[in-house]
Design a protein around this ligand. Structure first.
Ligand code: PHE
Length: 414
């Protein structure tokens, strides 16, 4: 870190002790895969938008937000683990890359939006494997209702309408109570109104899931869609839920949702409204709908990937032959005074080797009985999605990984 500033999306920011965004991440911030024509993530976004034709659809909001907006405005406690520099990407103490699309709830409501979908790239530091990537995409959806005397009737009428749509559908829903002692109504809320809104949320999302999973190619028409509702916790909703869908033999986590905390709406200046919000990850759904086996493929520029898709069409991806992988191990002693977080190691590898790393695994952890020093061994699986890698090239990348590890974390290579 010799430079005093960091440039991201055409803006310059001073570095400080929080700065942990790597060039590999910065390079991807302008790509906006969810609006790239014919990209699977863009097709899925439009499919979801088509389930909410009378909502505003927003998909071009910058990922740079203040930690206040990402966390505090949404009632995250000061000691929430998501705030840690090991879990989130910081430009500096005052600016970060959003970790979820909920970061824009207050701003959307403040603008007067009452029914909206917002799709965007979100960033979380994480391990590396075929289903985890530090950048992914979410759709946030929200609807707020007025709370005056005639409002309850409107919610109930909409619920009737949504129920009748579901009545003829081939769907099996495992439900939980709208409200329970562990998933309570907010103190300021009228329980009857809160129940009606929870019901509206569940009906709306069950209909969405029917539409999304009903679009899967080769899905047999008489096979029911199985949806499971689970009690959850989020700092900015109560009651809160998670939803899973049974697909290709597995329960998939699809989304989080709930009745919006009144504090959020108060901050946005819409004290007299009440409503629901949900947040859904696009990659996992797109992976099953399009049979895409590796999350890195979404970032591929290879025509053998991109040419298989058309905007608006869901088809089964035909994998092209995989190039061989190449494993390299690195073992080292940790410096006694400074810990090394697994996410720091993964970011260092990703920053050095880019998308050539498929997978990073810790294969040994050993504490020397006499000296008490810790030794770690990581196995890095190198494989390109687009071409065959030469041994020289991989040896070169691996030696850079080793050098960066020594320079930045003062480890002792074994
Ligand atoms: N933002 C939450 C997440 O990323 C999902 C969520 C959105 C939950 C809206 C409730 C309401 O996990």
């Amino acid at each position: 870190p010799t430079e005093s500033h960091i440039e991201i999306l055409g803006q310059r920011f001073p570095r400080d002790d929080y700065t942990n965004i790597t060039p590999a991440i910065i390079a991807k911030t302008p790509l906006q895969l969810h609006t790239k024509p014919a990209h699977p993530l863009s097709t899925l976004r439009e499919l979801i938008e088509s389930a909410y034709p009378d909502f505003s659809h927003v998909s071009t909001i910058s990922p740079l937000v203040s930690p206040f907006k990402n966390f505090d405005e949404l009632s995250f406690p000061a000691d929430h683990p998501g705030r840690a520099v090991t879990d989130s990407y910081y430009v500096n103490r005052n600016m970060m890359l959003r970790t979820h699309t909920s970061a824009h709830e207050v701003e959307m409501f403040r603008k007067g939006e009452t029914k909206w979908l917002l799709t965007a790239d979100v960033y979380r530091r994480d391990e590396i494997d075929s289903s985890h990537y530090p950048i992914f995409h979410q759709v946030e959806g929200a609807r707020i209702f007025s709370t005056d005397a005639s409002a309850l009737k409107e919610v109930e009428e909409d619920n009737e309408h949504l129920s009748s749509q579901l009545a003829s559908a081939n769907i099996i829903i495992e439900d939980v109570p709208h409200i329970s002692p562990t998933n309570p109504v907010q103190p300021k809320h009228d329980p009857v109104f809160a129940e009606a809104i929870t019901k509206n949320l569940k009906l709306s999302l069950n209909n969405l899931l029917l539409k999304v999973f009903g679009a899967a190619p080769g899905l047999s028409k008489d096979q029911p869609l199985r949806v499971r509702w689970i009690e959850a916790y989020f700092p900015f909703t109560s009651p809160s839920f998670e939803v899973e869908v049974f697909f290709q033999g597995k329960w998939l986590e699809i989304l989080g949702c709930g009745v919006i905390r009144q504090a959020t709406l108060d901050t946005a200046g819409v004290q007299n409204k009440m409503g629901w919000a949900f947040g859904l990850g696009l990659e996992r759904i797109a992976m099953v709908l399009f049979s895409i086996p590796d999350i890195r493929l979404f970032w591929s520029e290879d025509p053998r990937f991109l040419s298989q898709f058309q905007q608006g069409k869901i088809n089964v991806f035909q994998p092209y032959s995989k190039y061989p992988s190449c494993f390299k191990d690195v073992s080292f002693w940790l410096p006694q005074e400074k810990p090394l977080h697994e996410n720091d190691f993964c970011d260092l590898v990703r920053d050095t080797a880019g998308d050539l790393v498929e997978d990073v695994k810790k294969i040994d952890h050993f504490v020397h009985p006499k000296t008490g020093r810790t030794s770690l061994c990581y196995r890095i699986n190198y494989r390109s999605m687009d071409r065959s890698l030469s041994n020289e090239e991989i040896n070169h990348v691996q030696s850079q990984v080793v050098r960066h590890l020594q320079d930045r974390f003062s480890v002792e290579i074994r």
